[in-house]
Write a protein that binds this ligand. Structure first.
Ligand code: NDP
Length: 344
């Protein structure tokens, strides 16, 4: 199958690319710079030579014509749109966060509808950020499912950087469903969104330094660097997670292997986690870090008790995808081994 993968240099996309090529698919990946493109080509010399991997440059997905050329690649069947800003290094959230998320999503859908008649399915990487409702994270009578929508609007963007990020994902996903439901757009493909919560796991993409680690893995680097020694930080409101390798497999199933999931939102999660549990696993499995780690007595980071946290139910997604989820321990151990090799 011939697949277009956007944001190919990203933490999650790199795993998707790796699994797609391992399964013998042919991939056109987009990245922002030639430097990133050549790193990816160098990692897959035989697929680059055979033409099964083409890496193209899309410098800024906030431009409405960003994807106009790449979607014209002949024979594309599936598009996996993962590119979207997930960092807090912006100063103007509207320009640097909301615009690339929303315009990036609508412009790729418009370009496909107009110029890529062979595409049968588009998978957009959305997020649990588009499901969660900040007002109900501590409410045990709330159960988040595939049908739940974050009620956030543009008016909430100023509240906090995390709220702004959640708004970018929510508005982008809404725009995607609105696009395919609008008969004027005459779309010949169907849409699937994947809505993962915190994603952890080993990195296979090129990192210039440990400081350029992706946002969701940052806390593990902080823990290894000794930043949690005196107090373990709060886990945050989204106390559920998934392993990046399982999430990559979910994208491939949703895009290429499960025709019946067209039109679905897939809420891919392995379940609860906490920073305190993360610290315990690192302490138990990597005694060489003992001096930098919190001890059994160090406070903080525990999961809120059942009566003080949201409920969730993703059984529909699990039934549709039939995924086996890795355990948190396996995920953390593989990530820490990987960070150790990178110099942590
Ligand atoms: P990364 O930051 O590693 O990946 C984001 C990708 O988007 C990168 O390839 C990045 O390019 C690209 N990108 C961002 N802004 C632009 C832009 N303006 N123009 C072109 N490309 C851009 O993060 P993840 O891999 O974690 O995120 C991938 C997707 O998964 C995102 O849609 C994110 O919202 C979603 N997600 C992530 C979760 C997580 O916990 N990691 C949880 C739920 C959803 P570059 O590398 O050049 O910066």
């Amino acid at each position: 199958t011939k697949v277009l993968l956007t944001g190919g240099s990203g933490f999650i996309a790199a795993h998707i690319l790796d699994q797609l090529l391992a399964k013998g698919h042919s991939v056109v990946a987009t990245v922002r710079t030639e430097e990133k493109a050549s790193k990816i080509r160098e990692s897959y010399p035989s697929q680059t030579a055979s033409g099964d991997l083409i890496v193209g440059i899309v410098p800024d997905i906030a431009q409405p014509d960003a994807f106009d050329e790449v979607v014209k690649t002949p024979g594309l069947e599936v598009v996996l749109h993962t590119a979207s800003p997930f960092h807090f290094k912006w100063t103007d959230p509207h320009k640097e966060l909301i615009a690339p998320a929303v315009v990036g999503t609508t412009s790729i859908l418009r370009a496909i509808a107009r110029d890529a008649p062979t595409v049968r399915r588009v998978v957009v990487t959305s997020s649990f950020a588009a499901i969660i409702d900040e007002a109900h994270v501590s409410d045990p009578s709330t159960t988040f499912t595939e049908a739940s929508w974050n009620p956030v609007t543009l008016d909430d963007v100023h509240r906090s950087p995390a709220t702004a990020y959640r708004a970018s994902k929510t508005l982008a996903e809404r725009a995607a469903w609105d696009f395919v439901r609008d008969p004027k757009n005459e779309t010949k493909f169907d849409l699937v969104t994947i809505n993962p919560p915190m994603v952890f796991g080993p990195v296979v993409h090129y990192l210039s330094s440990l400081n350029s680690i992706n946002t969701s893995n940052e806390r593990v680097v902080d823990c290894l660097k000794g930043k949690w020694k005196d107090e373990i930080p709060s886990t945050g409101p989204a106390v559920i997670w998934v392993d990046v390798r399982d999430l990559a497999a979910a994208h491939i199933k949703a895009g290429l292997e499960k025709p019946e999931v067209g039109g679905k939102r897939l809420f891919v999660t392995a379940g609860l986690f906490s920073n305190a549990e993360l610290a315990r696993i690192v302490r138990r499995r990597f005694p060489e870090y003992a001096e930098r780690l919190p001890t059994e007595e160090t406070k903080g980071g525990e999961l809120p008790v059942e009566g003080e946290r949201f409920g969730f139910n993703n059984s529909e997604t699990n039934r549709l995808l039939g995924l086996e989820y890795r355990s948190f321990e396996e995920c953390v151990v593989d990530l820490v081994k990987n960070l150790k090799a990178l110099g942590a």
